[in-house]
Design a protein around this ligand. Structure first.
Ligand code: HEM
Length: 558
C-alpha cells in the first residue's frame, strides 16, 4: 500500500535539502566564477546543458558551443548547486589538470555509478591512498616497457581479426556493420581477457564478451550528470518502487551484472592458478609479486597509510589486484573497439590516404605479391605515415571525447576566476583536438600535418608546437591520464598497419542520403561510436589474401 503522506514528503524534503545546499554553497568571497549561463534559481543551468545549439547533440558539442557563446576557454555551470567547470583549451587543461594536478586529480561523487555497482573500479574513486594503491598496482604491468610481453598475443589476435574478416566471404570481404562490430568486439575483448586474466579459450571468451555486452549499457553512469541523482544525491534514498524511480531499478539490475563482471573471470583465473594452467598475465604476475611484496612488507610495514594490519593486508591486496583486472576489462574494451571502427569508417572515405600508406608499407615490407610478412612492431619506426594516420584518427575522432570528470579538492583561482573546492572539472578533449590555433584546418582529415612537424610520440616538448601529439589530450590529463594507453596504442597501431598492408577499404553507398558522415554521425555516450555504416574490405591482391591466411610466421605467435 502506498503511504500518501510519505509520498508527498519526499519531494518536499528534496527541495528543502537542495535549497540548503544551494545557500551553503554560494560563494563566500568576492571573485566571480568563470563565465557561464546564469541559470534559474535553485535548478541553475539544468536545461542549458541539455540543449544542442548547432544540431549536434553530443555533450562535447554542447560544451564546445557554450564555450563559444561565453567567449571563454573555461566556463562554469551551476546545476542544483553542483559546480561544473568545462575546460575547452589545451592551455587551461595544462594549467589546471596537469600543473595543478595536486588539486584536480579527484573524481566527483558519481552517485549513479556507485549505485550501479562500479564502486570497485578505481576509475571512479576519489584521490585517496586506496586509489593510489590501485593505480600503482595497475601501472606495473601496463606501462610502456611492460607491454612488449603481450606483443606475441596481440600479433596472434590481429591475424585472427584479419582472418575473421576474410571468412565473411571467401575472396571478397564485404562487411555489414554488425559483422564488423562483432569481430572487432571479439578482438578487443580477447586482448584484454588475455592480458588481464590469461583467458584464451574461445568458449570462455564468448561468455565474458556476453557479460561485458550486458554491462555496457551501465557505462553511461560514468558520464557526469547523465542521471539526475548525480546532481541530486538525496534521490538515492527513493525506494525502487517509487513512481518514476526507473534509475533505481536500472541501478539494481546493473549492480548485479557488474559484480558478476568482476567476480566471474577472477574466479576462473584463480582456478587456473590452482590447477597449474594459469598463463602469464596481469593477474598471475601481480599475485606472484604480491606474495613477494608481502614478505618484504614484514620488514618495511609499508601498508600503514591504508590503515590495515598485516593480517588483513593479504586479503586487501588480492581485492586490489582483482579490482584492477576488472577495470582493465571495462575501460579497455569499448575504447579500443571505438578506435578500430572509426579507423575503418574514416579510411573508407579516404582511398587516397590508403594508397599513400600502402606505398610506404610496400617500400618497407616489399610489395604485396612478394611480401612475406605482415607489418610488425619493429617496423613501426620505419612507417611514419601509418603512425601519422593513427595520430590524425585520435585527433579528429577521439574515442573518449570528454574523458572522465575530475574534481577539485581545494578552492582555487584561475585567471581571476574562483573555482570552489568540490567542482567537477571536465576536460573537453574533442574541442582541444579541434582548436584551429593548435591544429590548423582542424576539420580536414590530414595525417600529413604530423609529418610536417614530426612530434615525438607523446613527448612533452611537442606540447607547445603546432600540431602537438594528440596522445597528450586524447587519453585524459595529469595524474588520472589513461594508464592503459600503451596497450591501446600498440593494439590499434598493429590493426591499422595490417589492414592497410593487406586490404582496400571502400565505402558502399547504395543511398547517398543514408550515408554515414564520419564527423556528425556518432552515437552519443561515454565513448564515441560511429552509427552503423557499410563498407567493403577486400584483399589488395591474391598475395595479400595469402598473407592474411598465413598470419604471422610460426614462432612469432604466442
Ligand atoms: C583508444 C583507447 C583508449 C582511450 C582513448 C582511453 C582514454 C581514457 C581517458 C580519456 C581516461 C580518463 C582520464 C582522466 O580522467 O583524465 C581513461 C581512464 C582510464 N583508462 Fe583508458 N583509454 C583507452 C584504452 C584503455 C585501455 C586499453 C585500458 C586498460 C588496459 C584503459 C584503462 C583505463 C583506466 C584504468 C582508467 C582510469 C584511470 C584513473 O581513474 O586513474 N584504457 N582512459
Amino acid at each position: 500500500m502506498l503511504n500518501i503522506p510519505y509520498l508527498l514528503a519526499i519531494p518536499v524534503l528534496l527541495v528543502i535539502y537542495n535549497l540548503c545546499g544551494y545557500l551553503l554553497r554560494r560563494p563566500r568571497q568576492t571573485l566571480s566564477y568563470p563565465p557561464g549561463p546564469r541559470g534559474l534559481p535553485i535548478i541553475g543551468s539544468f536545461f542549458d546543458v541539455l540543449t544542442p545549439r548547432t544540431g549536434l547533440d553530443a555533450q562535447w558539442a554542447i560544451y564546445r558551443d557554450m564555450g563559444t557563446m561565453y567567449h571563454s576557454d573555461v566556463f562554469h555551470i551551476n546545476i542544483l548547486g553542483d559546480h561544473t567547470v568545462v575546460v575547452n583549451s589545451a592551455k587551461a587543461a595544462e594549467e589546471l589538470l596537469e600543473r595543478r594536478s595536486g588539486i584536480y586529480s579527484s573524481r566527483p561523487p558519481m552517485h549513479m555509478a556507485h549505485e550501479s555497482g562500479w564502486g570497485w573500479a578505481f576509475s571512479v574513486l576519489p584521490y585517496t591512498s586506496w586509489w593510489r594503491l590501485h593505480r600503482r598496482t595497475f601501472h606495473q604491468y601496463f606501462r610502456s616497457d611492460a607491454i612488449a610481453a603481450y606483443h606475441p598475443f596481440i600479433r596472434q589476435a590481429t591475424s585472427r581479426l584479419l582472418r575473421s574478416l576474410s571468412c565473411i566471404q571467401s575472396t571478397t570481404m564485404v562487411t555489414q556493420y554488425d559483422d564488423l562490430q562483432a569481430i572487432v568486439r571479439q578482438h578487443a575483448a580477447s586482448i584484454i581477457l588475455y592480458t588481464t586474466y590469461g583467458i584464451t579459450e574461445q568458449e570462455d571468451m564468448d561468455a565474458f564478451v556476453e557479460l561485458f555486452n550486458n554491462s555496457a549499457e551501465s557505462i553511461l553512469t560514468l558520464v557526469h550528470g547523465a542521471f539526475l541523482v548525480d546532481y541530486f544525491p538525496l534521490l538515492r534514498y527513493i525506494p525502487a518502487w517509487f513512481p518514476g524511480a526507473h534509475f533505481k531499478r536500472k541501478a539494481t539490475r546493473w549492480a548485479q551484472i557488474n559484480l558478476e563482471l568482476l567476480n566471474k573471470p577472477w574466479k576462473q583465473l584463480r582456478a587456473s592458478i590452482s590447477s597449474g594452467t594459469g598463463l602469464s598475465c596481469f593477474g598471475t604476475k601481480s599475485l606472484q609479486k604480491f606474495d613477494l611484496k608481502f614478505n618484504a612488507a614484514d620488514a618495511t610495514g609499508d601498508t600503514s597509510d591504508l590503515g590495515m594490519s598485516k593480517t588483513d593486508s593479504d586479503t586487501k591486496m588480492e581485492e586490489v589486484i582483482k579490482n584492477c583486472a576488472g577495470v582493465a576489462y571495462i575501460a579497455g574494451s569499448d575504447t579500443s573497439i571505438s578506435l578500430i571502427l572509426i579507423s575503418v569508417l574514416v579510411l573508407s572515405h579516404h582511398p587516397e590516404i590508403q594508397v599513400k600508406a600502402q606505398e610506404e608499407l610496400d617500400r618497407v615490407l616489399g610489395s604485396t605479391p612478394n611480401a612475406t610478412q605482415l607489418p610488425d612492431f619493429p617496423d613501426r619506426g620505419s612507417l611514419p605515415y601509418v603512425e601519422a594516420i593513427l595520430k590524425e584518427l585520435m585527433r579528429m575522432y577521439p574515442s573518449f571525447p570528454l574523458g572522465l570528470p575530475h574534481c577539485s579538492v581545494a578552492d582555487d583561482v584561475y585567471e581571476g576566476y574562483f573555482i570552489p573546492k568540490g567542482t567537477t572539472v571536465v576536460g573537453n578533449a574533442w574541442t582541444i583536438l579541434h582548436d584551429e590555433n593548435i591544429y590548423p584546418d582542424p576539420h580536414t582529415f590530414s595525417p600529413d600535418r604530423f609529418l610536417r612537424t614530426e612530434p615525438q610520440r607523446g613527448a612533452l616538448s611537442a606540447k607547445h608546437s603546432v600540431n602537438p601529439d594528440p596522445e597528450l589530450y586524447a587519453f585524459g590529463f595529469g595524474r588520472r591520464i589513461c594508464p592503459g594507453r600503451h596497450l591501446a596504442l600498440d593494439t590499434s597501431w598493429l590493426v591499422l598497419a595490417c589492414l592497410l598492408a593487406t586490404c582496400n577499404i571502400t565505402r558502399i553507398s547504395s543511398d547517398k542520403s543514408k550515408e554515414i558522415d564520419p564527423i556528425a554521425d556518432f552515437a552519443d555516450g561515454l565513448t564515441a561510436h560511429p552509427k552503423p555504416f557499410k563498407c567493403s574490405i577486400t584483399p589488395r591482391s591474391a598475395g595479400a589474401f595469402e598473407l592474411i591466411k598465413r598470419g604471422y610466421e610460426v614462432g612469432v605467435e604466442a
